[in-house]
Design a protein around this ligand. Sequence first.
Ligand code: NBG
Length: 799
Amino acid sequence: MSSGMPPGATVDSLRAEVLRHLSFTIAKDPGHASLHDWRMALSYAIRDHIVTPWYASTRRTWDEDRKRVYYLSMEYLIGRVLEDAAINLGLRDMAREVIEGLGVDFNALVEDEPDAALGNGGLGRLAACFMESMATLGCPAYGYGLRYEHGLFRQRFEGGRQVETPEDWLVTTNPWEFDRPESAYTVGFKGHVESRDGRDVWVPGETVTASAHDTPVVGWQGRWANTLRLWSAKPTTLFDLERFNRGDYAAATEPEQLARTICRVLYPDDTTYAGKELRLKQEFFLTSAALQDILRRYCYTHKDLGRLPERVAIQMNDTHPAIAGPELIRLLTDKHGVDFDAAMDVARKVLGFTNHTLLPEALERWSTYLFGNVLPRHMQIIERIDSWHRRTYPRPHFVGIVKHHEVRMGELAFIMSHKVNGVSALHSKLVKSSLFPELSALHPDRVVNQTNGVTPRRWLNLCNRPLAGLITETIGDGWQADLDRLHELEPHVEEAGFRDAFAAAKRANKVALTGWIKDRTGVVVSPDALFDVQVKRIHEYKRQLMNVLQTIAHWHAIRQDPQADWVPRVKIFGGKSAPGYFVAKEIIHLINDTARVINADPVVGDRLKVVYPANYNVSMAEKLIPAADLSEQISTAGKEASGTGNMKFMMNGAPTIGTLDGANVEIREQVGAENFFLFGMTTEQVAERRKDPDHARHAIEASQPLQDVLQMLAEGRFSPDHPDRYHGVVDRVWHHDYFLVASDFAAYHAAQAEVDAAYRDPARWWRMAAFNTARSGFFSSDRTIRGYMQEIWSTESAL
Ligand code: NBG
């Protein structure tokens, strides 16, 4: 640890810094300081240590005129910052000592920090892992995003139903951000296009000012730090005094209202696209501010915009910032006088596009009416890009950007990028063959793969201190930034002593989680049970429904023969549904109803418990994943682009029960088939199966356990207060089972029995678990970022 410690930091010096901030930044004396005050004082003390590497990194990038990566993302699912920053700086243990020495509970202080949830799920968390890895690798980079006043909603359960309340992470001061009001740009909407001296000029009807807020992101051992720049919207004119004086109060505050709404909330939907004007405005606001900032920075030291690709790489995180193509063309042509063809060439060399989902309902398409109204100049530019592309790559069946009165953002992003990537090997193959088949044929080298990864600093070293300690004891330090070194654990996996230590680390995490579950849900679970965890957004394709149906089947089987040798299980669920997604909300209700009945059943007792703590977020993941024995990754094959939770579980020594979907395929390759519980249809078999219109009926008729479960649901066994509550669920499994819950049920049920068999044999189980950790090195986001740097960004580490 000492290697990463800032020079000269000692317990005494850190204590003095904390006390100085408590007095002079917070203006409290120790005797009257609240937990919040202490947290702020410690955060400022830690933050001071980031500033030096942050300056140094920024200065080096300027001095050496380095190429910078710009990551454009509508979402960053950051979680808490304090402990993560402290551990990267080598100050975490010292901070604990200082805080406890001052008589304050360090864990409570850490938990006092709000969990920054500026994202929905995988896409946003990936962006946060990427920011950390870019800093660790010394890749000069900026993340650009929106400073949402309210992040993802908070979830509560009322009578088992999901209830959403607004999240308020900015109610208290955010110690990690620095306001940069001098970095401000005007962003326009609506209005019209005029021709002036033969040039088209956009005259916006509305404008807002984008104002920057910077958060430093420090890498492992504080060797490099980058900037996450989030924009907030301010009115360009305060308010219309003349109108106000005339008594037109509401109209006078219109500019303020517009600015207020733009960064008010994160859209809480990750897989469907709503087509709302405000969302388009948010996307353009982020993109335009970022591009203006990028060009200003470039023009500060360069004149020739034709050479922009030598110094700038811009990555579009999904289609959300796909307006970057036309906006860059607009800035280059309308503002800087570059001609269209040259601008196209520059833009396409600079831009890259990552696709994160194949679900058709997630691919953004805007009606030309709405689009042309909000962004009239961009509509013209898109039409020009479209005809440029048709001219340059003539094909009879070519699919364009504008079709059936819609602007298709996927096609736009594809055409405007030099590289398009999927997020796992399987997904990238499907992006090529089924999402953009025509465009891929026209541009055969454009689609590449970059399998996702997660940062091992947060997702192993920080969240799992017992296991991290064992790893360091066994193979020495340094694995945190060189995760392939985990392979060095492999020879130890055959030693009973190592396996016992591995099991003891897991048990420590499970014991801690047991207390937390009791506090949160009131349910008492035993750490001797197998902890079976499915945490992720609730979605039909992720098939939480299949898990709960199997849970019911298992419960039923225990009741038939309570004295048999059952492996005790705790089924743990976590996740939020989009507020308007009725079917997902019904699944939530069903999980909670099932939990209530099963947990109260004296016949079953400790053999089976079901818990569903509300409000799953990054901080909860950091508690659940280290304590998991089994990782549920059971999506319908072909639907989960990658998954990243699956990688976190693997790193923390939980074998996967899963389908051949997304990155599961690569996890299984890495860990070995014998250390993975595979079941279910492949992508091809899924397509085949759907051709049988009676697929569900056939599957149900062939499985007695599934018939029994559906029968119990239909009879209202889990909803005695409302016996027909789940008739809709049953009906959908029988008649509208698009995600093939019925067809994969029997194989899943059998795989769960395999899990029990393996768990009964501790030598076998802990060997599997330890191999999962030892072979997870490939899933470090450092590997992913190196791939992007080489294959997409053509950029080098500054370290
Ligand atoms: C998600 C996919 C996941 C994937 C993450 C990160 C969206 C739109 N997509 O499978 O569903 O792991 O992106 O790539 O959130």
